[in-house]
Design a protein around this ligand. Structure first.
Ligand code: HEM
Length: 126
């Protein structure tokens, strides 16, 4: 798929009514046709024209439907030099893994103590 590449400076220059162009996670979108349909309103989008709206987009916690919908308005991506490394996902995964381990560890100790207590009880009282 041939993908149009934009620099951040180029996106910033689209600060006009005809092209409501913005960046979300290194992809470039023209949301002009979507302005009036956006459930979050026309103004929030206009406010970030020419800018990187990744954080604003994430802060709202857009649904999977919204993420599917945005593909329709995608017009290209940033040139590699201007991309922000997307480290968030692996970090979230790590957090989940750590949490799961913590959860297991939290159960291992009581179970282990339970086994010891059972053995000691049997030893002394049988
Ligand atoms: C192509 C880009 C975008 C698409 C397709 C999109 C789509 C949507 C959709 C479908 C919703 C309804 C709720 C949901 O399904 O999550 C929504 C809500 C919203 N969006 Fe977006 N959005 C886009 C970009 C943005 C950006 C860049 C901002 C902020 C700068 C933004 C701010 C909001 C807000 C404030 C709401 C309302 C949340 C609420 O009422 O609880 N959106 N958007």
């Amino acid at each position: 798929m041939s993908d149009k590449r934009f620099s951040r400076a180029e996106v910033a220059s689209y600060n006009q009514k005809d092209n409501v162009v913005l960046i979300i996670h290194n992809h470039v979108y023209d949301v002009k046709a979507f302005l009036d349909e956006h459930p979050g309103g026309h103004e929030v989008l206009v406010n970030v024209v020419g800018k990187d709206a990744s954080e604003d987009f994430d802060d709202i916690g857009h649904s999977l439907d919204a993420k599917e919908l945005m593909k329709k308005y995608r017009i290209g991506e940033l040139v590699d030099e201007d991309k922000t490394p997307e480290k968030k996902r692996p970090q979230y995964n790590n957090v989940t893994t750590v949490k799961e381990e913590g959860f297991l560890a939290a159960w291992k100790l009581p179970i282990f103590l339970g086994i010891i207590a059972t053995v000691v009880w049997q030893y002394f009282f049988n």
